[in-house]
Design a binder for this molecule. Structure first.
Ligand code: ATP
Length: 411
């Protein structure tokens, strides 16, 4: 089967390198293919991100030859027999075709060298299991053993065989991710297999779950994935207390339009916002996130949630608001802002995030020393009071600050 014009959809610098790779492979007498996500995305007309190349032969040798091209930068991962090339902002990963089998559910696969057919058989979904040959004489020849092209046309995510989720339960998380990203549907029997295989998620290590979880959060619409994962029971398998509900949906919608400092971290805080301390502790442990940045931020977010009652006031001194919230990372405050139902609370958190946290005094420590303030704890106290006066409008200029600093220092 031919996939005419597919490779030609690559941006020019990539296309040039791929054509070169085909020529080099011809000379070495090996077959080389584009595989997986790049074939899927080219067929869908989506912009290419990274490229995977599989060689029925020595992939590292081929990569070394390709890297002679101008602008190409090579990294060899000797331990894995793989290589990566960076060119023009794109990444190309090269590996040798392999076959895999699983000793037991959730185990990492046993890997052996193989041909392109073996390589496609170990993959997750039909839409990710196609290969396009790039050798000069066979360029554009499509290997589609499982009807991936048809499934792409029909918008279906389908596993390759009935044991797929048992072999690797992270595929359930991947299935939901592709389904929601591409606006597809889980094919009927795949959906049934998934629901029947949920317990297999227990066989997956924390690190692997974490990786897939982070991929969810880095998608452009993670709320769609989380909602769907909630309905399918995948979310509840990660922790029984994780539920997708209307307030969460509202918070995600607000966050998506309001933005945040680091969106994936904010989404994590929103997702765990309704867990109690113990549930959060268990979830972080399960995802091997204990001690991570997400651990810190989600704990801060819950701690601040406990203080929100104090901040839900029509009239609040700006300095008091500032010094309470200064203790928290912006992401933890954003999470509380997007969940806040009370208008005063929402306004106060927004006031801090949008304005107060950017306010600075004109005088710094050095200026205070020049004014004659002695070094020591008092200097810190004066700086804090100057900032408070700035926030509350009691000092509006550098002159005001100088006057206030002198008065506070008694000079
Ligand atoms: P994207 O990066 O757009 O999410 P991708 O298809 O490039 O999609 P990767 O995670 O980079 O995804 O994986 C590359 C390919 O490796 C996939 O297309 C798929 O064929 C295969 N693959 C990845 N993870 C698994 C898995 N758990 N089981 C089977 N095959 C997998």
């Amino acid at each position: 089967m031919q996939a005419d014009g597919l490779i030609e959809r690559l941006p020019p610098p990539l296309l040039k390198l791929i054509v070169t790779a085909g020529r080099l492979a011809d000379k070495s007498g090996i077959k080389v293919y584009l595989v997986g996500g790049i074939v899927r995305d080219l067929m869908l007309g989506r912009p290419p991100v990274d490229i995977d190349i599989m060689a029925e032969g020595d992939a590292v040798r081929l990569a070394r030859q390709m890297a002679q091209e101008p602008g190409a930068r090579l990294t060899v991962h000797s331990a894995f027999g793989t290589a990566s090339i960076k060119i023009d902002g794109f990444g190309i990963d090269l590996a040798t075709c392999r076959s895999e089998d699983y000793m037991y559910p959730g185990a990492l696969p046993r890997v052996r060298a193989g041909g392109i057919r073996d390589d496609l058989q170990r993959r997750d979904f039909t839409i990710n299991a196609m290969a396009v040959c790039i050798n000069t004489s066979n360029r554009g020849e499509l290997t589609d053993l499982f009807g991936g092209r048809q499934d792409l046309a029909e918008g279906l995510v389908r596993v390759l065989h009935n044991k797929s989720f048992q072999d690797d339960a992270t595929r359930m998380m991947r299935a939901v991710r592709y389904e929601q990203r591409l606006g597809f549907k889980l094919e009927n029997s795949t959906s049934k297999l998934l629901k029947r295989s949920l317990d297999m998620l227990d066989t997956i290590s924390g690190d692997r779950l974490k990786n897939e979880f982070v991929l969810w959060l880095n998608e452009s619409r993670p709320e769609k994935i989380l909602r769907r994962a909630g309905r399918l029971g995948v979310l509840g398998k990660l922790h029984p207390a994780l539920k997708w509900d209307l307030p969460m949906s509202t918070a995600f919608r607000r966050a998506a339009s309001g933005g945040g400092t680091t969106m994936s971290r904010l989404y994590f805080c929103l997702l765990v916002y309704n867990l109690d301390e113990e549930e959060l502790y268990e979830l972080l442990g399960r995802l091997n996130l204990t001690g991570s940045r997400l651990d810190l931020l989600s704990h801060q977010s819950l701690e601040l949630k406990g203080k929100c009652g104090e901040l839900d006031r029509l009239v609040i001194k700006r300095s008091a608001l500032y010094f309470t919230l200064r203790e928290y990372d912006t992401t933890a405050i954003e999470a509380n802002r997007y969940y806040a139902k009370a208008p005063n609370l929402r306004r106060n958190l927004g006031l801090y995030l949008d304005r107060l946290r950017h306010i600075k005094t004109s005088l710094g420590g050095n200026e205070l020393l020049k004014l004659g303030v002695k070094e020591g704890p008092k200097l810190g106290t004066i700086l804090k009071k100057l900032l408070g006066a700035r926030l509350d409008g009691a000092a509006q200029s550098k002159c005001d600050e100088v006057r206030l600093a002198r008065r506070l220092a008694g000079i």
